[in-house]
Design a protein around this ligand. Structure first.
Ligand SMILES: NC(=O)c1ccc[n+]([C@@H]2O[C@H](COP(=O)([O-])OP(=O)(O)OC[C@H]3O[C@@H](n4cnc5c(N)ncnc54)[C@H](OP(=O)(O)O)[C@@H]3O)[C@@H](O)[C@H]2O)c1
Length: 333
């Protein structure tokens, strides 16, 4: 095996702007962590878009190898928990933000960040799911824990064409829920219906500032958008319903009132995948292996190489990426 391998490296220029370029590295360049992984696939998430473009200041130490998730095979390990040849997946923990991440053909990581890949998932499938898909499953589990079942009523998914949204639509539909998908891209309505959405709701409709309480439409919701959209979702959630909030693609504010909570018993539950405990991650990966239809997953993916990431980073922040972008580290692009 050659000593040299490729990685996307972020640096900061004199003006403070983030620069991204594909470079050759050696293992001596990698951080001194216990498990060396041959990275087969990573993925592009909204936060990777922020890191690569320098927006949101998610990266503060340079040089940085971004990529908030990775899947691959252990090459060597100083930890008794992982052996060479083992397939692993990593999401979150600040990897790709504070610690070097997945956009590298090899990476050294901490064993406690890793999850053994479920046997029925390949590394490409794992990154087709990636951080976004894991978060979608954590949202579904959160709704289930709030007592929401397919008999409870319709479930709304916001940001439905994005990574979190598209996996949430697929999983919920597979589990027998009636799903309504909010999108700002009406031309993608047919694709959302193929994923399992029964109805498609326009972003314009859902970003009208709501009254404190609106007609009760949803038994539950997965929200990747935040802002006015989340306020409207809460105002439209039916008595006893629950909303799993995980994102801020539309804004970090929440211009709501207490009315949905105190008059309808609506629950707002936060979902975090970054510091999520290992046992819950493992449960979510097992559920994804079981409940995410593989044909739906295949329809969500676009595969790219490292060189395409800077352009795609700008596109994901502009809401122009559909489904999931899988990054192949074997690709020469
Ligand atoms: N809590 C966590 O652990 C966690 C983990 C992963 C992601 N997230 C967050 O979840 C969000 C989604 O992540 P992602 O990877 O799925 O990103 P993504 O692929 O870019 O999807 C976001 C989707 O939101 C919609 N959208 C974009 N801009 C919007 C706007 N201004 N107003 C309303 N809708 C808008 C778009 O869907 P349509 O075109 O269909 O409208 C877009 O595809 C991000 O905020 C991300 O930071 C959080």
């Amino acid at each position: 095996m050659s000593d040299r391998f490729r990685a996307l490296v972020l640096t900061q220029d004199d003006a403070g702007a983030t620069q991204a370029e594909v470079r050759e590295l050696t293992e001596a360049d990698l951080p001194d962590e216990d498990v060396l992984v041959s990275v087969e696939y990573s993925s592009l998430n909204y936060k990777d878009g922020l890191a690569i473009t320098g927006k949101g200041r998610v990266v503060r130490d340079f040089p940085m190898v971004p990529g908030i998730d990775l899947a691959g095979t252990v090459l060597s390990s100083r930890s008794p928990d992982y052996q060479p040849g083992q397939k692993v997946v990593l999401t979150g923990w600040g990897v790709g933000e504070r610690y070097w991440g997945g956009y590298s053909q090899r990476q050294r990581v901490r064993p406690e960040w890793l999850v053994p890949l479920p046997e029925s998932l390949g590394t490409r499938e794992a990154m087709a799911i990636g951080t976004a898909g894991l978060t979608a499953m954590l949202c579904v589990m959160t709704l289930e824990e709030a007592g929401i079942t397919p008999d409870s009523g319709d479930i709304l998914v916001t940001g439905a064409s994005g990574g979190v949204g598209s996996v949430a639509v697929s999983v919920l539909a597979r589990l027998g829920y009636r799903v309504a998908a909010v999108t700002g891209r009406p031309e993608g309505a047919g694709w959302l219906r193929e994923l399992g959405a029964q109805t498609v709701v326009s972003r314009d409709e859902m970003t009208q500032p709501p009254k404190p309480l609106e007609s009760q439409r949803w038994a539950g919701a997965v929200d990747a958008v935040g802002g006015v959209m989340l306020a409207r979702v809460l105002a439209e959630t039916a008595y006893g319903g629950a909303v799993a909030a995980c994102g801020l693609a539309g804004g970090a504010d929440l211009p709501t009132t207490v009315m949905p909570f105190i008059l309808r018993g609506v629950t707002l539950r936060g979902v975090d995948s970054v510091m999520c405990p290992v046992a819950r991650r493992q449960a979510a990966w097992e559920r994804l292996a079981q409940d995410l239809p593989r044909d739906a997953l295949a329809g969500l993916i676009r595969e790219v190489g490292l060189r395409e990431l800077p352009a795609l980073a700008r596109q994901i922040l502009a809401g122009q990426v559909r489904g999931r972008v899988v990054v192949s580290l074997a690709s020469q692009d």
